[in-house]
Write a protein that binds this ligand. Sequence first.
Ligand SMILES: Cc1ncc(C[n+]2csc(CCOP(=O)(O)OP(=O)(O)O)c2C)c(N)n1
Length: 370
Amino acid sequence: MADGSATVAFRGNRVGAVATATERPAPTRILAPDGTVPDGSRPPLPVDELLAAFRLMLLSRRVDERASNLQRQGRLGTFSPVHGQEASVVGSARALDPVRDWVVPQYRELPAMLRHGYTLERFFLYFKGNPEGNRMPDGVKLLPYQISLATQLPHAVGLAWGLRHQGLDGVVCVYFGDGGSSEGDFHEACNLAGLRRAPVIFLLQNNGWAISTPVRKQTAAPSLASRAAGYGFPGELVDGDDFFAVYDATSRAVARARAGEGPTLIEARTYRMGPHNTADDPTRYVDPAELEVHRALDPLTRLRAFLEDSGVLQAEVEERMRTEIEQEVAGALAAAEAHPGPHPAQIFDHVYGEEPARLAAQRRALEDGL
Ligand SMILES: Cc1ncc(C[n+]2csc(CCOP(=O)(O)OP(=O)(O)O)c2C)c(N)n1
């Protein structure tokens, strides 16, 4: 996975690690596991941006813990933690402009959604089973969660192609996993995107697992990034636990897409450190030694080490962030729990523009029975 990665100069002529051979290529890396960066390279991000990114990663991890506990208490439904993938999600999201660009999520990208204008209250509502939680706030350039694997990919390409037709300079970043990359929708979406030069970034989070299926049983390809070549656009393999490598690759993909140069596939090689979701028991199939290796590459620890060594983050600053996060999460949860909850007949809403007689009869029967 992310170990044994090649380091690259941050400002240089990077083409990324595009796979053409059958050997497993090493992902591009900028931030080493000990928090150091290659000599002379400094991330092109102001200090407040770096701190905001770190805070978002901290918030994501806290929400994971809180939501997992709430699910165990029966206060929340099945939920998929981001744990381990924070650099991959936040690093890519921070390269986007929420005013112009769109995020098309799968179901493990909460921090990207929050940065784009989604709210924690809606997150809690959604996982309490309230459809209101999956309705994006007006003016926010986000599609809803997608559970049917890879179906969001053709949607994202259509959205990107549509932006081009309207003469807009927006870019679409669509998230999916290694498992989703085996679906036909992935290949159809890539083919069309390449042909139409759609301004779309395929952000493939290779977290090592599709529930209990390890990536080595998912594909014979040495890297998933290498597939882009078959569709006529660049594919780049990056260390997905390295905030800077993901931010850098995504920034370049955004620039290409805005300039009309078409799509990019980014494989962010990371590791799912928690369960697939709260219904899963990974101790039945994850080798504890493998998990330990990845714990040592923790994306949060890595960014913290860099920020501390750079004199940007002190223990009291992080403590303050944690206190604020605690209040933010508690406030959002309280608001979601105070919500009146969905009416059962809402199950019929938004299915058809004009409700067919058969469904209207079912709606009446339900309402009569209540
Ligand atoms: C079309 C479809 N097939 C099967 C499933 C069941 N399923 C849910 S998650 C999952 C694994 C997904 O793995 P991956 O794409 O790597 O994403 P990850 O959950 O690891 O982030 C499967 C098979 C589904 N949701 N949709």
